[in-house]
Design a protein around this ligand. Structure first.
Ligand SMILES: Cc1cc2nc3c(=O)[nH]c(=O)nc-3n(C[C@H](O)[C@H](O)[C@H](O)COP(=O)(O)OP(=O)(O)OC[C@H]3O[C@@H](n4cnc5c(N)ncnc54)[C@H](O)[C@@H]3O)c2cc1C
Length: 356
């Protein structure tokens, strides 16, 4: 924040946003609406082909309301009231109230956010290799460029790159209705089943890292790891198809203060987290709203960035750390029976509350 920025009042900022994911799209709309000149760059403005589901909680829904897309999101989302956390043998370990979360397809959310973009936002499809020209021509550069953020790696020298956690995540959708709403923790794997609005199932799984040449082979490998434990999982995996499955690793961002010299990080660029608490997109939306508010309320842009850092650093890092802890607990291999016993309050033998 050494470089003085023009004051907001009476003088709109020239803002460049790198990354048109959930964070960048939301920020572009909110900032353009407050009168800033916004350009939004991404290497691809596409709607994800496989629409796996994101859980969006009340604070994120409030941001969607401000963006003018909440009603559409509500119409297109599933909103189950509860699900269960289960052990590999089907025992119910915990009842999980949804907390009013909307389960919305990522494709639908991105489409709604793209449609909400004001026409004044200048968009450009280009892969950026060097952020210096962007920084030079803008009053404020926003890095909303995801977990491997070039903006973070360029502007925060000495910070390590994103860290891999040695896991493989598979997720997908099917057209069959979900046999149940659950997350099952095995020994060293997890499998989740949620509804996909309309009629369909969203599923996700996490297993120790396993590289295969094709998605089909990854799906086959998943069946060998998690198959045969619970009929509900077998049913979902029988319907899963490679063309509706995504496979990737889990990477998290290093801890950073998300503001620096006319540059600010939002979303995964600032605090990419393990998916286990389902809060990455929620936090990205909260970041975008907080930055727009800070720029509108603070006496000048430098003060706005300080205010943003004060408001968003702790929540972002808390979710990042909490998600990592939850990932370790969910993926426990040795000691999983003890974990399940503590969670479920059941004896190690003689399962109670056994599910499907
Ligand atoms: C399995 C899984 C389940 C999840 N479930 C949930 C959930 O239930 N609820 C939830 O809140 N969150 C969830 N998340 C997290 C959520 O998906 C992310 O936190 C969120 O999408 C991050 O959005 P973003 O805009 O910060 O980054 P991204 O979506 O990664 O967007 C970054 C954008 O920057 C662009 N970009 C990057 N570098 C460049 C470059 N050099 N040049 C040009 N363009 C560039 C990319 O093309 C991309 O469009 C989940 C994540 C995973 C992996």
């Amino acid at each position: 924040m050494d470089r003085p920025l023009p004051t907001l009042r009476g003088e709109p900022l020239q803002i460049t946003i790198l990354g048109a994911g959930i964070a960048g799209l939301a920020a572009a709309t909110l900032l353009a609406r407050t009168g800033h000149r916004v350009e939004l760059l991404d290497e691809r403005f596409v709607i994800p082909a496989v629409g796996t589901v994101l859980g969006l909680f009340r604070p994120a829904q409030e941001v969607l309301r401000r963006l003018g897309v909440l009603e559409a999101a509500q119409e297109l989302a599933a909103a189950p009231e509860r699900g269960t956390l289960r052990a590999a043998d089907g025992r119910v370990l915990a009842d999980l109230p949804s907390g009013g979360a909307l389960l919305l397809s990522r494709s639908v959310l991105v489409r709604l956010l793209q449609e909400a973009l004001p026409v004044e936002v200048r968009t450009e499809t280009r892969r950026i290799q060097d952020v210096r020209p962007l920084r030079d021509r803008a009053d404020l550069l926003i890095g909303a460029d995801g977990v491997h953020s070039l903006v973070r790696r360029s502007g925060w020298p000495g910070r390590p790159a994103a860290r891999s956690h040695g896991m493989t995540v598979l997720r997908g959708t099917t057209d069959a209705p979900p046999p149940e709403i659950s997350e099952t923790w095995g020994g060293g794997w997890l499998f989740g089943i949620t509804p996909l609005a309309g009629i369909g199932t969203n599923w996700f799984a996490c297993i120790p890292e396993h590289r295969t040449p094709t998605t089909r082979a990854s799906l086959e490998h998943l069946r060998t790891v998690v198959g045969g434990h619970r009929p509900a999982i077998d049913e979902v995996l029988a319907a899963a198809a490679p063309e509706r499955t995504l496979v990737h690793g889990i990477h998290t961002a290093p801890a950073v203060l998300p503001v620096r010299e006319g540059t600010v990080l939002l979303g995964d660029a600032a605090h990419a987290m393990a998916p286990n608490l389902g809060h990455g997109a929620n936090t990205a939306l909260a970041d975008a709203a907080a930055l727009a508010e800070a720029l509108a309320e603070a006496p000048g842009p430098s003060a706005a960035l300080r205010s943003y850092a004060l408001r968003r650093t702790l929540p972002g890092q808390a979710w990042r750390l909490g998600s990592a802890m939850m990932m370790r607990l969910a993926m426990l291999e040795t000691g999983a029976p003890l974990r399940d016993r503590l969670l479920g309050g059941a004896p190690l033998s003689g399962p109670s509350g056994r599910g499907s």
